[in-house]
Structures are given as structure tokens and as C-alpha cells.
Design a protein around this ligand. Structure first.
Ligand code: 26Q
Length: 820
């Protein structure tokens, strides 16, 4: 005890700003809030104490913002998303509060290691990848820009699975992120909401003699909000993320209880609670699973009820709802909100349909994140009817309205009306959620310029022709607080020394000033030293996790993202095989060595994606142990890619692999995180790569591959991947090596499905792009050999990537869509 008392006293005189109380408050939280004594406390106990200390500091900001919302005439942004991939909170809040260093010192004064304490935090993995992480970046920027916002989503008890690798294959482990307690959330049982499901509808006549419909549900569950504070960078306000947990309506059902069926009643409670139990692990493949529809409806119904209840409690009219709330739909996952709000206005509040529809459309805006047909959500009619019978009736009604609008603008064009219908009556029938979202919103946006163009030209073409003014493009962005300041503190310190304090609030205007330091030898060598140190840190992490030793002087070439065939991790693999074979022949040993790092999860049921993970491990095993190859080329698979691992990878990246088939990746955001951290991109003209290349300059970007139009032309002509195999000796050797079992201990069957697919169909045109990719990888190494040239290109990538801040994205949403 003595140590703690004297250390706490020590903390009375730390470096500026003085935080005499911090250490004492931490000990207070440990003892009073958690009933632990300092001597017996575990690292996790200390983490909880530190977290509560930070949370308490922020509560005032939060309450202040809430008071302002109730007083002022502001429009609140409600960001509705089935996913929020926030990453760990502790250090992020400390950066925002300018308390990271004082907290380090306070913790050190207690004789403890801050990094070990911070590492105790389980990151909330409430998303798969890009879309969920984007929602988290947007929440960060909304707070930093001091816009009033609420993020609405689901408090999954199990987030995205943890990935472990066994014998080169992915195995999934349940993510028990709540196991150790979550100090960041505040439960609000008093703000619970009831949500109905299933059942049927019936007609009735209201007191004014109007024919009305009511929904007689089969089940009712309760949604309980859990609030997490979202601080902004150096600002006095804060927003919140409100996530819903599903619970049984009562702790037990009295009727069953009276019948003596206590266990049956508990059973029903368990069934209700499954709704928020687990994040579906598939992304980009929409499958008609009832529980997934129930999840979507559950959080949307809770959130709208929450908004309406607050709105009415302030004594406001229904008509003013769209003036007070701008609801952004993060893809179609929450798009049932369109039908739900329409239902609430008509069935519950008795509005006339025309008025209700007008209010609905003024409320919602829809962001599309995909061009892949299999990712477009569609629900089979029988399933939809059994879960949401009343909503289906209303959607049929909306369909009639939509048809009338189409007829007025394109008379007699029944083919068009059929293509655009919300309910597709072919076969068993389907509800097309992208059509519901488009019809029910006043704004529709894609997430990069190319993506929006393709939406307008292709996926949503008919909607664009009907409502061209609804469409807009908002290129994605990432928060520089997490992905620069937090992930790369040394770089942040250099930028503060070079650009002055405050650069992090507006990187779009501050980073370009780096160009005036381009010739400064001292700055350049610091720049290199920082990257080198980040590579050493990553190498140490890789050594500790998979026991592989990396050479920090080699080029760190990284591809980290979900595994998908369209993202083409197997094209990366083909290049590695080709390069290994060259080295084996003695070619290319005069060029700099390269370390290829790959990281990412595959959906548990995505056979081909999992096979590619195995292949990469097979290649790693062959390459890393070969003395003719390993000095120049190593391959490391970094397991369990998540936000925490990402924060180690991006700062160490020198070459960013953004190699999707042109026209498939809506935007990408990892591409932006790498560029901001001074990596160069090797990439196709896909998603936001196009804009990154424009921003950083074509000389500072390694472009390869077919364009979107060329891809379409090749497919239209009848693509024959085998021709490339026949004509390109190195390509043939690489594929033959896989087929021969070189990466599967002689097993010729393991990768057969992959090889057959590549030679037979090759939907994502790996073989067509192989030669230009491999040649460009040669250019990369030649450029890397010239240290000064690479340094210049690296600095320019950072200096010119400021527009890929999510602050810029949010300003655009605000100016063009929310006008909050
Ligand atoms: C849908 C229905 C049923 C089950 C799962 C899903 C589902 C879940 C997640 C469908 C899609 C997703 C995730 C999509 C996603 O992350 N898209 C990415 O969004 C990023 C942010 O805009 C873009 O940068 C990426 O290009 C895009 O792939």
C-alpha cells in the first residue's frame, strides 16, 4: 500500500498539464467502484478503474450536448447502422481530451504500465469491416465537428468471431467481448421500447369513420438501450452511440408460470434475447435468414420509437419530425425503417397516407455500399410476411405510389415499372430493399466517385433516370485521430513539430504544408526513421504471434481486409509464387527484399475465401523456409485482423495492396489509411483508388490492370482465362505449382477448386490482370531501391491525402444532405 500512497502523492507534480488528481481518482475508482484493493488488483481491474476515470471526465460534455439539443432548434443526425466497428475506446478518448500523456504519467506514478493496462480492453467487434468501421469514423467526425448526432445500432452480445489459424486454416472462435465487463456503456432500462413481431392484421373503423388497419402481433420483445459516449477531438460536446439489446418483455411470462410451466417461460425469454445475440458473420452475401430480418427490424423499430417519443415529449408536432431528425441509412440493412416510420405515422398517429409519405421521404437518406449483385438485400415474400405482415401491406401500397410516379414520367413503360418495383412478384416473390430505400429517401449516395457513377449507370439506373437530383456522391474518409495520432504517435509528433499544434483538427488544409519540407534533409531522415521504427514494432508483434522473424529493412507490402474473391488476395499469392520462382532461379537478387503481409477474415461459410487463406499459409511455409528465397522474400499471415491489429499494420505499411477487379470495390477505406501513413499504393482503377491516385499524383501511385469498361468489354467478348495461362509462361508455372501440390505438401486435390475456377471461369479476371500486376510489382522494387525517391513519394502520399479524412466526408453529408 505504501507504494501506492507515495506514488499517488508523486503524481502531484507531473509535466504539463498538471493532473494532480488523476492518480488519486483512479485509485478511488478501483477501491470504491470496484471494491478492489490496489495490492490485489489485476491489470484488468486497473484497466476498469482507468476507464471509469476517463468516462467520468467526459460525462459533463455529454450532458451539456443533451441539454442543448432539447433547448435549441437543431436537426439531429441519426446514423442508423447494423454495424459500428469502433475499436478500443480508452486511448481514443485520451487523445480527444489531450490526456494521453498525463494519464501515462499518472499510471506510471502508481507503478503500473499504461500500455499493459490499455491492452486489457476488448475491442467491440460489432461489424465486419469497411461499412462498420466507416460508421465509427463518421461518429468520430460528427462529434469533432460538433454536429448533434446519435448512432443507432445493435448491441450484439457476440461480435465478429475471432480468427485463429490451425494448420494453415481459419477456425472461428466466439467473440465474448462483454465477458470482462464494459465500462463504456450506460444502460438505460427506463428508456426501453416494445417491439412487435409476426401475427396478422385486421381492419377497424376509427371514431372519424375512417377505415384503419391494426397489427395483431404474435410476439412482443423489449429493446433496452445501452449508451456509449462518443467524444470529439478537443471539443466541449459529445454524442452518443445508442445500441439496443433484446430482452423478454417480462422476466417471466405469468400465464406460463400459472400453468406451472416455469421452464417454458424462461425458454421464451431466451428466444427473445437471441435477436441481439450475434452478428451474422457474412458480409457482402445477403442471405434470407429470418433472424437477420428480425434483427434489422428490431433495432430500427426501437430507434424510431426512441426518436418519436423524444420528439413528442418536447411538445413538437409530427409534421416537424423531418426538421428535427435527419436519418441516414447505412446501406439497406436499416431500410425497413422506411416502412416502419410510414406505419407509425398512419397506424399509430392517424396521418393521411400522402402526408405520411411526404414526411418519411424528407426524413431519410440512403447510402449504398455495394455494386455486387449478391450483396443487394432481398427478402422472400413468405418470410417477410410472417415476420412483418403489416409492413408488407404498406410496402405494397408504396409500390402502387411508385408505379404512379413512374407512369407519370414514363407513360406506358411497363418494363421499367417492373424493373423498379419494390416487390418483385416473380417466383415466390421478393422485397427489394434497395428499391424501398431509394423510394423512401430524398437523397441517395455512393461512397466514391466511380461507385456513384456506376450506381447511376447500372445498379440504380432506373431510379437515377426518375430522380436524378436525389443522387450525390460522398467519397468515404477515415478519422485521422485513430488512424494517424493513435496508431502512429511518432508520426503525429513529427507532424506537430513540423506543422504546429492543431494540425489534427483539419488535415485537409494542414497536411499539404508538408510539401514545403520535402527538401529538408532532417525532416526526410526523421520520416524514414519513424517508418523504420513502426516496421520494427510490427516485426516484434509478428514474431510474438506467429513466431516468424521479419527483416525490418525489407519492403513491407501489406494487404489487409476481408477475404473476398473480388478483392483478389489470390492475385497477390500468384505474384508471390512468381517472385519466389524467379529468386530460386537466381533472378532478382539484386533488388531489395520484400515482406508480404496478409491479414483478414473470411466468412465462415465462404469456401473459396477460406481456401485462399490456406493457400497463403502453404506459400508462406514453402517460401519462408527456403534459403534461396527467404533472404529476399517472406510471407506472413497476421491472424485475427481487427481494429487493434489494423492500428499496428497501417503505420508499418510501405506498399498498400488495393488490387480488386475494377468496378467491384465500392470505395475501400484501408487504401486511405495506408496513404495517410505514407504508404504507396499498388492498385487498380477501382473505388476510391481513382481519387487517391488523382490526389497524390500518378507518379506516386503504382497503377495496373484493366479499367471498369475494359473489364466489361472483355466479359462481353467472352472471357477465356485459359488463353492467358497458355500464353504466359510465368503465370502457367505459378498455377501449375499450386495444382502440383507445392503448397499443400504434395496434395493435388486441396486447391483443385481454386485452380479449376481460375482456369474455367475466373469471374474476377485474375489471369487477365496478372501480367500487368507482376510487372508493376517489379517497378515497385526498383523504386524502393532508390531510397530518396521512395521517401519523396511517401511524404507526398501523406501530404496530399488530407481529403480522405472523414471530417471532409461529414462536411459533405452535412452540406448536401443533412443540413443539420
Ligand atoms: C447483408 C445481409 C445479410 C447478411 C449480411 C449482410 C451484409 C453485411 C455486411 C452485407 C454487407 C456488409 C458489408 C459491406 C461492406 O463493408 N461494404 C464496404 O463498405 C465500405 C464503406 O463504404 C467500402 O469502402 C467498401 O468498398 C465496401 O465493400
Amino acid at each position: 500500500m505504501e507504494m501506492f500512497r507515495s506514488s499517488a502523492a508523486h503524481a502531484a507534480a507531473p509535466a504539463s498539464p498538471p493532473e494532480p488528481l488523476l492518480a488519486r481518482v483512479i485509485v478511488d475508482n478501483l477501491t470504491r467502484r470496484q471494491a478492489h484493493s490496489p495490492e490485489g488488483a489485476s491489470t484488468h481491474d486497473w484497466y476498469m478503474a482507468v476507464a471509469y476515470t476517463v468516462r467520468d471526465r467526459m460525462v459533463e460534455r455529454w450532458l451539456k450536448t443533451a441539454r442543448e439539443v432539447s433547448r435549441e432548434d437543431v436537426r439531429v443526425v441519426a446514423y442508423m447502422s447494423a454495424e459500428f466497428l469502433t475499436g478500443s475506446h480508452l486511448e481514443n478518448h485520451l487523445i480527444n481530451l489531450d490526456l494521453l500523456e498525463p494519464m501515462r504519467e499518472a499510471v506510471a506514478s502508481l507503478g503500473l504500465d499504461f500500455d499493459a493496462i490499455a491492452a486489457e480492453e476488448e475491442e467491440p467487434g460489432l461489424g465486419h469491416g469497411g461499412l462498420g468501421r466507416l460508421a465509427a469514423c463518421f461518429m468520430d467526425s460528427l462529434s469533432t465537428l460538433q454536429l448533434r448526432a446519435i448512432g443507432y445500432g445493435i448491441r450484439y452480445e457476440y461480435g465478429i468471431f475471432d480468427q485463429v489459424i490451425e494448420d494453415g486454416a481459419q477456425r472461428e472462435i466466439a467473440d465474448r467481448w462483454l465477458h470482462g465487463g464494459n465500462p463504456w456503456e450506460v444502460i438505460r432500462p427506463e428508456a426501453g421500447v416494445e417491439v412487435a413481431l409476426g401475427g396478422r392484421t385486421e381492419g377497424w373503423t376509427d371514431e372519424r369513420g375512417r377505415a384503419r388497419i391494426r397489427w395483431i402481433p404474435e410476439r412482443v420483445i423489449t429493446g433496452i438501450p445501452y449508451d456509449t459516449l462518443i467524444s470529439g477531438y478537443r471539443v466541449e460536446r459529445a454524442n452518443m452511440l445508442r445500441l439496443w439489446k433484446a430482452e423478454a418483455r417480462e422476466s417471466f411470462d405469468f400465464q406460463s408460470f400459472n400453468r406451472g410451466d416455469y421452464v417454458g417461460a424462461v425458454d421464451e425469454a431466451i428466444t427473445s434475447e437471441t435477436i441481439s445475440k450475434v452478428l451474422y458473420p457474412n458480409d457482402e452475401v445477403a442471405r434470407g435468414k429470418q433472424l437477420r430480418l428480425e434483427q434489422q427490424y428490431f433495432f430500427v423499430a426501437c430507434s424510431l420509437a426512441d426518436m418519436l417519443r423524444y420528439h413528442m415529449s418536447q411538445g413538437r408536432t409530427l409534421e416537424s419530425f423531418p426538421d428535427r431528425y435527419a436519418v441516414q441509412l447505412n446501406d439497406t440493412h436499416p431500410s425497413i425503417a422506411v416502412a416502419e416510420l410510414y406505419r407509425l405515422f398512419i397506424d399509430i398517429h392517424g396521418l393521411e397516407p400522402d402526408a405520411a409519405w411526404d414526411l418519411v421521404r424528407r426524413t431519410f437518406a440512403y447510402t449504398n455500399h455495394t455494386l455486387m449483385p449478391e450483396a443487394l438485400e432481398r427478402w422472400p415474400l413468405p418470410l417477410f410476411r410472417s415476420v412483418l405482415p403489416r409492413h408488407l401491406e404498406l410496402i405494397e401500397e408504396l409500390d402502387v405510389r411508385l408505379r404512379a410516379e413512374i407512369e407519370a414520367r414514363f407513360p406506358g413503360d411497363t418494363a421499367r415499372a417492373g424493373r423498379m418495383a419494390i416487390v418483385d412478384h416473380g417466383g415466390e416473390g421478393q422485397v427489394r430493399m434497395a428499391h424501398l430505400a431509394s423510394a423512401g429517401s430524398h437523397a441517395i449516395n455512393g461512397v466514391a466517385r466511380l461507385h456513384t457513377e456506376l450506381l447511376e449507370r447500372d445498379v440504380l439506373r432506373d431510379f437515377f433516370e426518375l430522380w436524378p437530383d436525389k443522387f450525390t456522391s460522398v467519397t468515404n474518409g477515415v478519422t485521422p485521430r485513430r488512424f494517424m495520432a493513435l496508431a502512429d504517435p511518432d508520426l503525429a509528433a513529427l507532424l506537430t513539430r513540423t506543422l504546429g499544434d492543431g494540425w489534427l483538427s483539419d488535415i485537409e488544409t494542414s497536411l499539404p504544408r508538408l510539401e514545403s519540407h520535402l527538401e529538408d534533409a532532417g525532416f526526410r531522415s526523421e520520416w524514414r526513421a519513424i517508418k523504420r521504427r513502426n516496421k520494427e514494432l510490427l516485426a516484434a508483434y509478428v514474431q510474438a504471434t506467429i513466431g516468424l522473424e521479419l527483416d525490418p529493412s525489407s519492403l513491407f507490402d501489406i494487404q489487409c481486409k476481408r477475404f473476398h474473391e473480388y478483392k483478389r488476395q489470390h492475385l497477390n499469392a500468384l505474384h508471390v509464387i512468381t517472385q519466389a520462382r524467379r529468386l530460386k532461379r537466381g533472378e532478382g537478387r539484386d533488388l531489395p527484399p520484400r515482406t508480404v503481409l496478409v491479414s483478414g477474415k473470411a466468412a465462415p461459410g465462404y469456401f473459396m475465401a477460406k481456401l485462399v487463406i490456406r493457400l497463403l499459409h502453404g506459400i508462406a511455409a514453402a517460401v519462408n523456409d527456403d534459403p534461396d528465397v527467404a533472404p529476399w522474400l517472406k510471407v506472413a499471415f497476421v491472424p485475427n485482423f481487427n481494429v487493434t491489429v489494423a492500428q499496428k499494420l497501417y503505420p508499418a505499411g510501405e506498399l498498400s495492396e488495393q488490387i480488386s477487379t475494377a468496378g467491384k470495390e465500392a470505395s475501400g477505406t484501408g487504401n486511405m489509411k495506408f496513404a495517410l501513413n505514407g504508404a504507396l499504393t499498388i492498385g487498380t482503377l477501382d473505388g476510391a483508388n481513382v481519387e487517391i491516385r488523382e490526389a497524390v499524383g500518378e507518379d506516386n501511385f503504382f497503377l495496373f490492370g484493366l479499367t471498369t469498361d475494359e473489364v466489361a468489354a472483355v466479359k462481353a467478348r467472352g472471357y477465356e482465362p485459359r488463353r492467358h495461362y497458355d500464353e504466359d509462361r510465368e503465370l502457367r508455372d505459378a498455377i501449375d505449382a499450386i495444382a502440383a501440390g507445392e503448397f499443400s505438401r504434395g496434395d493435388r486435390d486441396l486447391y483443385r477448386p481454386l485452380v479449376d475456377h481460375l482456369l474455367g471461369r475466373d469471374d474476377f479476371l485474375l489471369l487477365a490482370d496478372y501480367r500487368s500486376y507482376v510487372d508493376m510489382q517489379g517497378e515497385v522494387l526498383r523504386a524502393y531501391a532508390d531510397v530518396e525517391r521512395w521517401t519523396t513519394m511517401s511524404i507526398l502520399n501523406t501530404a496530399r491525402s488530407g481529403r480522405f479524412s472523414s471530417d471532409r466526408s461529414i462536411r459533405e453529408y452535412q452540406a448536401r444532405i443533412w443540413k443539420a
